[in-house]
Design a protein around this ligand. Sequence first.
Ligand code: F6P
Length: 368
Amino acid sequence: MLFPMEHTKPVTRAFGILTAGGDCPGLNAAIRGVCRAAHIRYGMRVVGIANGFRGLIEGDARPLESEDFSGILTRGGTILGTSREKPFKAQADERETVLDKVHAIKANYRALGLDCIVALGGNGTMTTSYLLSREGLNVVGLPKTIDNDIVGTDRSFGFHSALSIGTEAIDRLHSTAQSHNRVMVIELMGHKAGWLALYAGVAGGGDVILLPEIPYDICAIARHLEERRKSGKTFSIVAVAEGALSREEALMDKKERTKYRAETASPSIAYRVAREIERETGMETRATVLGYVQRGGIPSASDRVLATSLGTAAADLLAEGAYGRMAALTGDCVSSVGLDVPADKVKTVPPAHYMRATAAAVGTCLGG
Ligand code: F6P
């Protein structure tokens, strides 16, 4: 339960803030939310750490003042920079490296005079944050990712903006698909979880949606597209998550699958699905990969609101000294969960999720 502590002395006097993992729209809105509430409302000192955990290892940090987090609400990317540095992740023969990095992080934490670190990131960042808190550091997490796959929060900021971009792309593909009587395959991000493909696919009226959670059968897809053709529809839209996989692949072990994918899904899964559809149906098929467009640009209004709410909730956690937690959205409430909840997990689309039923109810083929 979060509550503002405006009239009592905040437990945290100084904190470092960093953004880690892939960027997304809403990061700056969240930075602004945390910093405005923590600095202006609670009087805390703020240290901006550059490029995620790499900056914490290297001691690359600077004080942030009010003007640094002013005028950034609508800006895409992150003013702090980011990296995919995971200090606890190393090969077996690199144990020393892990120890060195954790040692450097602890030393910089002390040298910068921090009482806590606020880490904005996805699953990997929450795992690192949890491990750092087990090492004795105070950490508060904020869930961001366009993939919406963080356990412990109903939604992460970034997702809604990417959904809008994905939906607009599908809308645009519709008209060209119709003009040319083609099947258009569009690939959306999401390696392990298909939230973005499912939501954008439904929002854009996709005829087929393929998710990592439902291994696909190309024959079922071909049948669905042929039935559409028989009913007089001369074009189709297929939305594919980048981690979508066939039934055959689902039966393979990781090594086998990596090899098979490299051989068959080049340059990415959308191209393989397009080739398979063309082979099975004879329909002219094209592939489009949205890629990093999904992560760029200004945040949607919904993401600005979510990022600001979760950011200010993180400031409340700092004020209370409620460390080792991640601010979260639960239903219509802002709350928090222990960092152990998201650590080392991925929130996939559950079999009974209403969006699967929604897609099926409007006649969308989910590939299974
Ligand atoms: O931000 C998450 C994500 O968008 C994944 O869906 C995607 O696979 C990944 O990032 C790719 O990002 P990068 O190339 O920066 O590692």
